[in-house]
Design a protein around this ligand. Structure first.
Ligand SMILES: NC(=O)c1ccc[n+]([C@@H]2O[C@H](COP(=O)([O-])OP(=O)(O)OC[C@H]3O[C@@H](n4cnc5c(N)ncnc54)[C@H](OP(=O)(O)O)[C@@H]3O)[C@@H](O)[C@H]2O)c1
Length: 294
């Protein structure tokens, strides 16, 4: 790889974005990292490093990266990020979009405003950053776009509906995007992670209505405990970061790359091939174990 290659990474202050940015930096890329809260993270670096290390993941290390403020919900912020990135490097060889959040809640009670916030961050955030990067990639004759979807871009689970909708939107959007931009030498890759022990609870608030009086309270509590357990016992984010860096080092990458445990690969396979009702029963019994089925 040419060591002058430049990558923009969104959502690089935490989680999979941070680990991917570190792996790309270690692989020789010039990393321009965007997020809203680098100030906090660099200030609390020792604490963050210690907590990462206790998870068995690589400690946070922003050294050698260019850290720029970026709010993907605000087109003005995205344009300012692009302009400052271009002062650092006139090229953008790759864009890796990891910025994301979720709101946990029932379909019935999650406020449309809470849905909007998730869609605005996860889906429209990608649209905005791509719109800033694509003219540059076209004029330089090519580039790579890597979009973080999820297993939830392929199947739904209870109480994670806004997130699931946003990741399904990304999956459909990326298919059309690839068809439009390939003639300009631009390759798109969807990363579909399973559970990784990287996510911060600050990006997983509960919907405001999900209190003890919710008719869904018991199932909600059971499911969110399961989701939390699966994430905290998930795969190593550092390994995922290195896989993404490896993909970007190859001249051709697959359109979809699932990075998940064997049981999560199986869940996607089951979802694709089993009848919907059977699939629903399997997922319900997984998330609501112990609860009698109707
Ligand atoms: N962890 C998993 O198990 C898992 C599984 C499947 C998919 N994913 C996907 O992987 C990506 C990273 O998730 P994660 O759980 O590893 O990380 P995380 O700890 O939840 O971190 C989220 C990141 O997104 C950034 N972000 C949120 N809102 C933003 C905004 N408006 N503008 C700019 N940046 C914003 C945050 O930075 P600031 O707050 O500093 O802006 C932070 O760096 C997400 O797209 C997620 O859907 C994760």
């Amino acid at each position: 790889m040419n060591h002058q290659n430049t990558v923009w990474v969104t959502g690089a202050s935490s989680g999979l974005g941070l680990h991917t940015a570190m792996a790309l930096r270690d692989a020789g890329w010039a990393v321009i990292a965007g997020a809203r809260s680098f100030g906090d993270r660099t200030g609390q670096r020792a604490e963050k490093a210690a907590s990462d290390a206790s998870d068995g993941t690589k400690p946070a290390d922003f050294s050698g990266m260019h850290l720029l403020p970026l709010d993907v919900m605000d087109m003005g912020s995205v344009r300012a990020f692009r302009d400052r990135a271009l002062e650092i490097s006139p090229r953008v060889d790759a864009v890796v979009q990891c910025a994301g959040m979720l709101v946990l809640g029932s379909c019935e009670e999650t406020d449309p405003e809470e849905f909007r916030r998730v869609m605005d961050t996860n889906f429209l955030g990608m649209v905005r950053v791509n719109q800033a990067a694509l003219p540059l990639m076209r004029s330089q004759g090519g580039g790579r776009i890597v979009l973080f979807s999820s297993i939830n871009g392929l199947l739904g689970i209870p109480f994670q509906n806004a997130y699931t909708a946003s990741k399904h939107a990304i999956e459909g959007y990326a298919e059309g995007l690839q068809m439009e931009v390939r003639p300009f030498g631009i390759q798109v890759t969807l990363i579909e992670p399973g559970d990784h022990r990287s996510g911060s609870s600050r990006y997983r608030p509960h919907a405001r209505a999900m209190g003890p009086s919710s008719p869904y309270a018991e199932e909600f509590s059971r499911t969110t405990e399961k989701i939390h357990h699966d994430e905290t016992h998930g795969s190593d984010p550092d390994v995922l970061g290195r896989k993404v860096a490896d993909l970007l080092s190859r001249p051709k990458a697959p359109f979809r790359k699932r990075i998940a445990s064997p049981d999560q690969h199986l869940a996607v396979w089951v979802h694709k091939f089993l009848p919907a009702r059977l699939n629903e029963q399997i997922l319900r019994s997984y998330y609501l174990k112990g609860k009698a089925e109707e």
